[in-house]
Structures are given as structure tokens and as C-alpha cells.
Design a protein. Structure first.
Length: 256
């Protein structure tokens, strides 16, 4: 009985925490030990946002007014919208985040080209993430990047069929150091040839991409500035292909 009672109390506490719909804190891989605040409702937007660097907004509908009422939040550097329904007024919320350097959209089904352009018009970013946003096209990405010449890290992941237009759009950013194209389909060596225009490129993530095979190895080996290359779950890339890439890029860490 001495053991059962404490365990019961512990499990009851964990269950209570797990069912809470208030602020959730998680480890932030991009911000050291700083927590991420997850916002699910109006009640989660409060004074605690003044002392955090990273926010994930996971609301069924984005409530812009609550941010205007309780902002500004100049200390927030990273803002992510996760599975949140956005509308024509949503970009106005960024006026409350004047210190923003990283903006992410994941599974935002209402995000389209025009909305993306409006969002990127009102801030100067170092990092932009677009993941599983099916109504954003290469034209929208290109227009957004033209407004963000200082971007150093770009993720366009789980976008379905990759086109040359996407590659051409991202290569217009001269300071681009990191590109994540994981989960895209239809990869070809010509896409990698376009990437050679990104002279500052150091990190490239092509994990879970289809179409990447031995014919792409020479193009990968020509990306001389790479220091990190991720090829996890690329089924048509063999161990021999990895070895060829490593010989061509001895200073690059290849993860497969």
C-alpha cells in the first residue's frame, strides 16, 4: 500500500496535466533551453508571452483581436501557425510581433499565395517554413521570397510534386544557407543543378523525397559548399551512392 498510493497520485497528476487546455511548454530545438508556448484559445494569450521567444498558434480559427488587445509582443522571435484556419485579416496579427525573425506555417489548409505574400510583407525574416500547405504554389513562394532578401533558412516540405519553378524561386535568395525539401515528390538531377546557384548553401535536407536516385549523385557532389546533407529514407539511393557523395564532398556530413 505504501507504493500504490504514491503511484496513484503521480498518475492522477499526469492525467490532469495531459488534459489541460491551457499553456503548454515544450523544448525548443531552435532556441536552446527557451520554452515554446502553445496557444490553443483566447485564454492562452496573456502576460507570459512577454517573456517567451517562441510561440505556436494552434487555434481552430485565428483570433486576431486577442493579440491586438493584449500585445504587442516584441520579444517573440519565432511564430508558428499549426493547423490554424487563416483569413484575409490574419496577416495583421504580425503588427504585434515586431521582433519576428522566424515564421512557420504547418498544415494550414487555408493559406494561399495572396495570404502568404501579405504575411511576409510585414516582417523581415531569417527563416521561413511552409509544410503541407497545399494551396501555396511556386508563384506564391517566389513572391514571398522577393520580399525577404535576408532569409537564410527555407523549408518547403511535404508539398507533393516538386517543380523547377519552386527551385528557381528559392535560388533567388542570395543568403540562403539551409534548404529543407523533405517529403517532396518528383525530384530530378536538374533540380539540384538549379541549387548550384545558391552559393551560400551549407545544409540540404532531402529526406523522404521520391525520384532521388543514382543519376542525382553527380549533381549532389557538385554542391561544394555543403556541410550537412540529409538523405534519410531515400530508397533509391544506395550505399555506393552515399560513398560517392562522401568522396566528392569530404567536408560534408551525410546522414542517411
Amino acid at each position: 500500500m505504501r507504493i500504490a498510493l504514491p503511484l496513484a497520485l503521480i498518475f492522477a497528476f499526469l492525467a490532469l496535466v495531459g488534459c489541460s487546455d491551457t499553456i503548454n511548454f515544450q523544448a525548443n530545438p531552435d532556441a536552446g533551453n527557451d520554452p515554446i508556448v502553445v496557444i490553443k484559445s483566447r485564454g492562452d494569450v496573456g502576460p507570459q508571452l512577454q517573456s517567451t521567444n517562441s510561440i505556436i498558434v494552434s487555434m481552430t480559427y485565428l483570433d486576431e483581436e486577442v493579440f491586438h488587445e493584449r500585445g504587442p509582443f516584441p520579444g517573440v522571435g519565432s511564430l508558428e501557425f499549426l493547423n490554424t484556419r487563416l483569413n484575409a485579416d490574419s496577416p495583421k496579427v504580425l503588427t504585434e510581433f515586431t521582433g519576428l525573425s522566424s515564421l512557420a506555417f504547418r498544415e494550414c489548409w487555408t493559406l494561399n499565395d495572396d495570404l502568404l505574400v501579405k504575411f511576409t510583407r510585414s516582417c523581415q525574416l531569417k527563416k521561413l517554413i511552409l509544410s503541407n500547405c497545399e494551396y501555396v504554389t511556386s508563384k506564391g513562394v517566389g513572391r514571398a521570397l522577393k520580399q525577404q532578401p535576408g532569409i537564410e533558412a527555407l523549408e518547403i516540405s511535404n508539398f507533393g510534386m516538386l517543380t523547377e519553378d519552386y527551385m528557381t524561386a528559392l535560388c533567388g535568395v542570395q543568403q540562403l544557407k539551409s534548404v529543407n525539401l523533405s517529403g517532396c515528390d518528383g525530384f530530378r538531377s536538374r533540380h539540384l543543378d538549379i541549387l548550384q546557384k545558391c552559393s551560400a548553401l551549407e545544409q540540404l535536407d532531402l529526406s523522404n523525397t521520391s525520384g532521388l536516385d543514382s543519376s542525382c549523385v553527380p549533381s549532389l557532389g557538385s554542391l561544394n559548399g555543403l556541410r550537412r546533407l540529409v538523405l534519410s529514407n531515400c530508397r533509391d539511393i544506395s550505399v555506393d551512392d552515399i560513398q560517392r557523395i562522401q568522396r566528392a564532398l569530404p567536408a560534408c556530413k551525410v546522414i542517411f
